[in-house]
Design a protein around this ligand. Structure first.
Ligand code: SAH
Ligand code: F3S
Length: 481
């Protein structure tokens, strides 16, 4: 997800199978699980694998030998859903050879389309929404007895806080920890609040335990995940709903995101800590100070803005203006001078004029983003934008504006990478470089990818690398003693 890319490349990078399989002795059934979409989906699939491991399922990479095929789905853009439909067709072709195989959809598309999958499409046996994974053992049993099964009930409490994910999507060095689920923001273009439900925060103790457990298992980096991590909030004695009124809540100390970050930083002092995603409207100065205070919190903030035009921001219900965003960026650069910042942008949202588009370009020039994830607007059924506004920017215009911002981002990325040339940076080794097994690949604190010739280091080591050259996506250098 981290390199600058157009929609196509992102979809390609994000999709696909887990890296490793889970093998519990005595388990005889085989689960093939694939994840599309965001990092939260990857992490959810790890939770699902953990729940099903207790039901006798080991994971497999071979679709053909699976007893159960699950696809964790994404609804964020129409194209994401098309990709998944194609995968379902593929599973169904395999099912013709292996009729006992069961097929299930998980995640956002399951939640959005619900029984439609069973009634109209007849491509699946099982439909499970993001908050219903604990029910999988029952649902799978129903399916095994020959019936269709569905649970798409959303929850205000479920955080899977006590489920230890089976790390399928990890290189053994970095792992995800979900800290919030759902989203209460209601950006008008976005389907997530409908598919992932209300926002809720996870018990900090279970987060610290998971971090500690990962450290003991040899992991070196964690990413705290949420649709909007900055609105993390936990009340001392329990969940908000457990308190009768405001004064009762005031009596107990609350843990906000800046406190949580500090608690995690202290509890695993030798691990690198990252987080995503920060919503500009909720990011506080306290979080910036926590970042500045702890060396092990990485200097990188993913700060989606979507557009540089205040008029469009308002239409999108983003709850901040261009000027307020710039003020936040100025604060980031003042408090954490070395901090990298990345964006998400949408081109061609309803009513976007050429002037609005120019505002996006000029904001990008001002912030000088290190990375970016850019998309053409895709209307999603049921969202506020679909109900209220006309999707009136022609596809050609959306695409032209998209390629303009991608070109600009490429230049900005190169500019940012060049500032490391001639410097020595600390790199956490993640594995072989994609192009050569003679080279290591890792990242610095700012999340820039670096490649350098192998010596006697190993995966998971932190090494100092002298940067000699770069492209817009990669630093090239050599290890220094
Ligand atoms: N807060 C979330 C956002 C999830 S969606 C997070 O954790 O990142 C990721 C990005 O997809 C958004 O920031 C937005 O740029 C893009 N996106 C969302 N809905 C979209 C739509 N309808 N069309 C095009 N892009 C969209
Ligand atoms: Fe979507 Fe906005 Fe939440 S982009 S995930 S509604 S912060």
């Amino acid at each position: 997800k981290w390199i600058m890319a157009s929609e196509n490349i992102i979809e390609e990078k994000k999709q696909g199978q887990a890296l490793i399989t889970n093998n519990v002795e005595g388990n005889s059934k085989k689960l093939f699980i694939e994840s599309y979409g965001c990092q939260m989906n990857l992490n959810d699939s790890e939770i699902v694998a953990s729940i099903l491991a207790k039901e006798g399922f080991n994971t497999t990479h071979l679709l053909e030998e699976a007893d159960l095929v699950l696809v964790n789905t994404c609804s964020i853009r129409e194209k994401a859903e098309q990709t998944i439909r194609k995968r379902l067709q593929k599973y169904n072709r395999v099912k013709r050879i292996n009729p006992d195989m069961k097929i299930g959809v998980l995640g956002c598309m399951a939640e959005r389309l619900k029984t439609k999958f069973l009634e109209e499409e007849k491509m699946v046996d099982l439909v499970v929404g993001p908050d219903a994974y604990r029910d999988l053992p029952n649902l799978v049993r129903e399916v095994e007895s020959g019936e269709d099964a569905i649970n798409v009930i959303l929850s205000k409490e479920e955080t899977y806080g006590d489920v230890t994910p089976v790390r399928l999507n990890s290189n053994g060095v970095s792992a995800f920890i979900s800290i919030t689920r759902g989203c209460d923001n209601m950006c008008t273009f976005c389907v997530v609040p409908f598919t992932r439900g209300r926002e809720r925060s996870r018990d900090p103790q279970s987060i610290l335990e998971e971090a500690q457990d990962l450290w003991e298992k040899g992991y070196k980096e964690i990413t705290l995940l949420g649709q909007n991590v900055d609105s993390y909030l936990w009340y001392g004695g329990g969940l908000k709903k457990d308190f009768k009124n405001a004064s009762e809540i005031a009596k107990v100390t609350a843990t906000d995101f800046s406190k949580l970050l500090e608690m995690v930083a202290l509890s695993v002092p030798k691990m690198r800590i990252r987080f995503a995603t920060s919503n500009p409207q909720d990011m506080s100065i306290d979080v910036l100070h926590s970042m500045a205070k702890f060396d092990n919190i990485c200097n990188y903030i993913h700060l989606p803005v979507q557009t540089g035009s205040t008029r469009m921001l308002e239409r999108m219900n983003r709850q901040h203006t261009r000027e307020e965003y710039i003020e936040l960026v100025d604060n980031i650069k003042r408090i954490i001078p070395e901090c990298a910042i990345s964006q998400d942008m949408i081109t061609g949202f309803c009513g976007e004029s050429e002037e609005d588009h120019q505002d996006t370009l000029s904001l990008m020039e001002y912030v000088k983003y290190d990375f970016g994830f850019m998309f053409a607007y895709s209307e999603r059924p049921g969202t506020l934008a679909a109900k209220k506004f006309e999707d009136d920017v022609p596809m050609e215009t959306k695409k032209r504006r998209l390629s303009e911002i991608i070109d600009l981002q490429q230049k900005l990325s190169l500019y940012n990478m060049e500032r490391f040339v001639g410097k020595t940076v600390e790199i956490l080794i993640e594995g072989d470089s994609k192009k050569s097994s003679e080279h290591w690949m890792g990242r610095n604190s700012q999340n820039a990818v670096a490649v350098f010739p192998k010596g006697d280091e190993k995966i998971g080591d932190l090494v100092m690398v002298q940067v000699e050259d770069c492209t817009s996506a990669t630093l090239l250098g050599k290890k220094v003693a």
